[in-house]
Design a binder for this molecule. Structure first.
Ligand SMILES: Cc1cc2nc3c(=O)[nH]c(=O)nc-3n(C[C@H](O)[C@H](O)[C@H](O)COP(=O)(O)OP(=O)(O)OC[C@H]3O[C@@H](n4cnc5c(N)ncnc54)[C@H](O)[C@@H]3O)c2cc1C
Ligand code: FES
Length: 282
């Protein structure tokens, strides 16, 4: 059992949880994730390690409530426990001194790009951050990103904060401005990562994305997280989750992630009904 020692609401649907897991806190590197099972009836879900404190033995995760399990996880409070918290999993991000690196986070993807941006900054890179979301109250980790980035740009789809438009528009502007960009890390919704890959492709700028296929065991056994990269089959949990963006078959990933949409909807509706019933009892 793993104790939640801190909870912070970052937006209506995004929650930060700090969880006691000393061994993971000691070993984890930028790019690693954990597989969580909230209780004995729960499914396993992968969540990126956003940060850790090896001294306190804690791991920070940032979760967007999109369906049954993430809603259940976000409903837990300080002092509650999760049953399983397995990690660190996945290949850590290779951290080099590239020169100038643009780190892009879309929505909750900012929680995933933040540890990478931090490690790249510590390795001596000039880090330019772009943080985007649909609207102002979904922008997360702005202060944290500002503290580690040499420059930070904010975009919102509706123009409620920062530049109106997409993170990829800001990326295109940076390229057009003529600055030399040595690498790009783009993490967020699949369409966002696909567009960022298309923006950098003509300029041959090395671009990395972190893929989010459905994962079950996280150890290369079940095949659930199969993706195609450079025409070859890869398992995102052990070969990734980061891959060369110019090689990824994004359309296949989108299609495979839709496999269980009907069941996910039913599961979410049942969970919402259950919560409503409990609230009625209070
Ligand atoms: C390596 C990795 C790191 C991730 N890091 C984060 C993170 O830091 N913060 C965060 O909020 N989310 C993260 N995700 C996404 C998160 O795992 C899904 O949002 C979560 O599993 C959804 O489960 P649900 O029951 O709440 O929603 P559901 O309604 O069951 O599913 C909603 C959508 O989430 C995806 N999904 C469902 N089940 C899984 C699963 N077992 N594995 C992966 N995707 C699934 C599918 O695309 C699905 O359509 C990450 C995913 C991966 C692969
Ligand atoms: S999650 Fe099972 S093989 Fe990757």
């Amino acid at each position: 059992m793993y104790k939640i020692v801190e909870k912070q609401q970052l937006s209506d649907i995004i929650t930060k949880l700090v969880i006691e897991a000393p061994l993971i806190a000691k070993k984890r590197k930028a790019g690693n994730f954990v597989i969580i099972r909230v209780d004995e009836n729960g499914e396993r879900i992968p969540i990126t390690i956003a940060d850790s404190d090896p001294q306190k033995g804690t791991v920070t995760i940032i979760v967007q409530a999109v369906g049954k399990t993430t809603k259940l996880l976000c409903s837990l409070n300080k002092g509650d426990y999760v049953l399983d918290f397995v990690g660190p999993l996945g290949e850590p991000t290779p951290i080099h001194n590239y020169g100038t690196v643009v780190c892009i986070g879309g929505g909750v993807g900012t929680a995933e790009v933040y540890p990478i941006a931090k490690a790249l900054k510590e390795a001596g890179n000039n880090v330019i951050g772009i943080v985007g979301a649909r609207t102002k109250n979904l922008i997360i980790l702005e202060d944290e990103m500002r503290a580690i980035c040499n420059e930070l740009y904010i975009t919102t789809d509706d123009g409620s904060y920062g530049r109106k438009g997409f993170v990829s528009d800001q990326l295109q502007d940076l390229i057009n401005s003529g600055i030399k960009i040595d690498a790009v890390y783009a993490i967020g919704p699949i369409p966002m990562m696909k567009v960022c890959a298309n923006v950098t492709r003509p300029y041959k700028i090395k671009t990395y994305v972190s893929l989010n296929p459905i994962m079950v065991d996280g150890t290369g056994m079940c095949g659930g997280c199969r993706v195609t990269v450079g025409g070859k089959m890869k398992f995102a949990c052990v070969d990734g989750p980061e891959f060369d963006a110019h090689e990824v078959d994004f359309d296949e990933l989108i299609m495979r992630n839709r496999t269980y949409v009907d069941l996910e909807k039913i599961s979410d509706e049942l969970y919402e009904k259950h919560v409503c019933k409990l609230e009625g009892v209070k």
